[in-house]
Design a protein. Sequence first.
Length: 294
Amino acid sequence: MDTTTPDARARSLRELRDEAVAALASVGVPDPEVDAELLIGHVLGLSRGAVQARMVVGGEVSEADAAALAVLIARRAQREPLQHITGRAAFRNLELRVGPGVFVPRPETEQVAQLAIDALASAAEPEPIAIDLGTGSGAIAIALATEVPHAKVWAVENSPAAFVWTRRNVDEVAAPNLELVFGDLAEALPELDGRVAVVVSNPPYVPLSEVPRDPEVRLYDPEHALYGGADGLDVVRVLSRRALALLRPGGVLVIEHGEEQSAAIAAVLAADGWRAIAHHRDLTTRDRATTAVR
């Protein structure tokens, strides 16, 4: 008689976690502990903190869940982005849908969004307008709309592959003050010319010769969202001119960029007539954003 119970082949959660960490570390995944615990949480429907708590009390994982986890760990070991595997990317207080075709939002962009949020929140108008040009997943635009609810926000994206994800995120959040537009940032929203308080963008800014080292970026992020021409500033030049037309006097431009591009971007903006050009560092003390005033 078979006396095997459903739990007879359950695995120790800590043991599984340690095996997953070792597998990811062996192929150079940057944060193997974080990724292993997040993937375990994805399989079990738990937060990372809950996974850690369950390990402390000697939790176990069923054979079926252990097998599901093994598949996900194998995918991550191939350097498929964690966010593609889980289908979600955390951004500020949001959980955004992401996948092939859209740029995965990074933690450093949260600080760029904060610069735009601060400028928008301090605008004098009762219903200030903000535009996120090249919105990708919609991360910055949705953060603006949800964190500055009295503002009116437009998100503009011109990649059909990315726009699928933008639409999903905009529809899921359903912020009543957010409008999504499919279009090129070079000519976006002419009906708003001279009326906008804040223009923000995380444009493609990687020079063509500087192929990213991380496989997650090089192999999975769309080239459309990465590369900005020979010096990385092709889109920045277009953005500068379009933002000048969109912003009202005193309006603020916020641009994310690479750590070595501050001086070149300042030169572009100064030549176009921007005022109060300032650079802002991220939490790793690298120059990450430039702001300017119309």
